[in-house]
Every structure is written in structure tokens, then in C-alpha cells.
Design a protein around this ligand. Structure first.
Ligand code: B12
Length: 194
């Protein structure tokens, strides 16, 4: 069986200029497979080190005739070149099995693109994979409740000036923040039990 590991042709990373990082992901995988699996022919093609472009990649795939081609995306920014690599391989021979992995593909669902574990924006996923709302004070949408409260306080301060009444807001602030903490703690206890 022939297995080809490919580091795709990449543009240089502007931060580091013309650097040539070793593709540790596929190197480690190739070494592992070579050690563990008998009767297997392995090739690691680092397109950047060997100055192989997309056309060259096609030719190398044709020449090696792999059964499996694996590529790795170190970071999200590399996912398109990895997908393009696998497309090139499929165009040469659709029967070649293509696989990928690495940080990005491990963290995101291949079907819908949703994060499998990491925090993305307002979405959070608990250990059972259920979506949890963004929390503040331990309450779902607690951030919105707190924002609303701050907004009302500012409005009252302004109205005091305009309408000339005098209201001591200090005790209200203490009571509302205390209530938020108590509600958050109670909500946390109930959620843990369910
Ligand atoms: C070293 C490193 C770098 C080096 C890269 C050196 C190199 N050789 O390429 C440098 C400093 C250049 C770098 C740059 C960047 N990095 Co960086 N980097 C790392 C770091 C610290 C280690 C990566 C590594 O080499 N791991 C060792 C190898 C062996 O592991 P691996 O790649 O994960 O592969 C294993 C598995 O994932 C799996 N696997 C991988 N591929 C495949 C494929 C298949 C088919 C299968 C089955 C399995 C599999 O098996 C492998 C072997 O065990 C990680 C953090 C971390 N701890 O992982 C961040 C990390 C990968 N970098 C990150 C980022 C964001 C970047 C940059 C985009 C930064 C920027 N803002 O520009 C750039 C991208 C540059 C580029 N164009 O590629 C993020 C990626 C997050 C994301 N989703 O995008 C990480 C996770 C750090 C973080 N937590 O934010 N980085």
C-alpha cells in the first residue's frame, strides 16, 4: 500500500518572511505509520521545501500512485490549501482515499462547520456537546440582564438631573447585583442536578 503525506504549497507567512517550517504533523504521522504498519510504502512531500507547485503536486501524485493521501492543516488559515490539495488528488484519481486532520479539522464539524469543543463567539459547548448560552453571573443571558440594569441606572441618573428629583441609587445597585449572584448560584445548582 502506498501512502503519501503532503504539505501543500503555501504562500509565505508575512510575519516571518521567507521561512521554511517543518510540517511536524505529517512528519510525526508518517514516522508512526512507518513504525507500526508492515508492507507500506510511505512518501512525505513537502511542497514548500521541494518547491513543488500545484501542477507539480499533480505530477507527483500521478508518479507515486498512492492508495491514501493525507494532509494536515496546522491552523485555520491553512484549511483552503489543504482542501485544494485533496481536490487535486481526487482529480488525478477519484479512488484515492483522502484524509486530513490537525487543529482546525479536529475542532470543527466537517458537516456543518460548528465548533466541537472550543469557545467561538457567543456559543459554548459543554462536556456532553450541548450548546450553552453565553453566561454572566452564572445565568444564561446574564450579560444582557446586567447590561440592561446598567442602562436603566444611567437613565435614572440622567433623569434625576433633568427632572430635578433625588434618588439614592446606591442601595438599588447593591440589591440588584446581590440578586444576580444569588440567582446565578441557584441556577448553577439546579443545572448540575439535571
Ligand atoms: C509550532 C507552532 C507554530 C509554528 C509552525 C511551525 C511549523 N512547523 O509549521 C509557527 C510559529 C510558524 C506558527 C505559526 C502560526 N500559528 Co501556530 N502553533 C504552533 C504550535 C505551538 C505547535 C504545532 C505543532 O507543530 N504541533 C506538533 C505536531 C506534531 O502536532 P499537530 O500539527 O497538531 O499534528 C498532530 C495532530 O493534530 C494530528 N494530525 C495533524 N494532521 C493530521 C492529518 C491526519 C490525516 C490525521 C489522521 C491526523 C493529523 O496528528 C499529528 C501528530 O500527532 C500550535 C499549538 C499546539 N500546541 O498545537 C500552534 C497553533 C497550531 N498555531 C496557531 C496559529 C493561529 C498560527 C498562525 C495562524 C498565527 C497567526 N496569527 O498568523 C500561524 C500560521 C502560519 C502558517 N501560515 O501556517 C493556532 C491554530 C489555531 C487555529 N485553529 O487556527 C495554534 C493551535 C495555537 C493556538 N492555540 O492558537 N505556529
Amino acid at each position: 500500500m502506498n501512502v503519501l503525506f503532503v504539505e501543500p504549497p503555501k504562500d509565505i507567512w508575512f510575519v516571518m518572511g521567507e521561512y521554511l517550517p517543518p510540517p511536524y504533523g505529517i512528519i510525526q504521522l508518517a514516522t508512526y505509520v512507518e513504525r507500526e504498519v508492515d508492507e507500506i510504502e510511505i512518501e512525505v512531500l513537502d511542497c514548500n521545501a521541494e518547491q513543488v507547485d500545484w501542477k507539480g503536486l499533480e505530477e507527483r501524485v500521478e508518479a507515486f500512485s498512492p492508495d491514501i493521501v493525507a494532509s494536515s492543516a496546522l491552523a485555520t488559515c491553512n484549511t483552503y490549501v489543504v482542501v485544494r490539495t485533496l481536490e487535486v488528488v481526487k482529480a488525478v484519481d477519484p479512488s484515492i482515499l483522502t484524509v486530513t486532520g490537525g487543529q482546525h479539522f479536529t475542532a470543527f464539524c466537517v458537516d456543518c462547520g460548528a465548533a466541537l469543543s472550543a469557545v467561538t463567539g457567543e456559543k459554548r459547548w459543554d462536556e456532553r456537546g450541548r450548546r450553552r448560552e453565553a453566561e454572566c453571573f452564572g445565568l444564561p443571558r446574564g450579560g444582557a440582564v446586567f447590561g440592561l440594569f446598567i442602562g436603566v441606572m444611567i437613565l435614572l441618573l440622567g433623569l434625576q438631573q433633568v427632572l430635578g428629583f433625588n434618588l439614592d441609587l446606591g442601595p438599588f445597585v447593591i440589591i440588584v447585583v446581590g440578586l444576580l449572584f444569588v440567582a446565578g448560584a441557584l441556577y448553577g445548582l439546579v443545572r448540575r442536578r439535571s
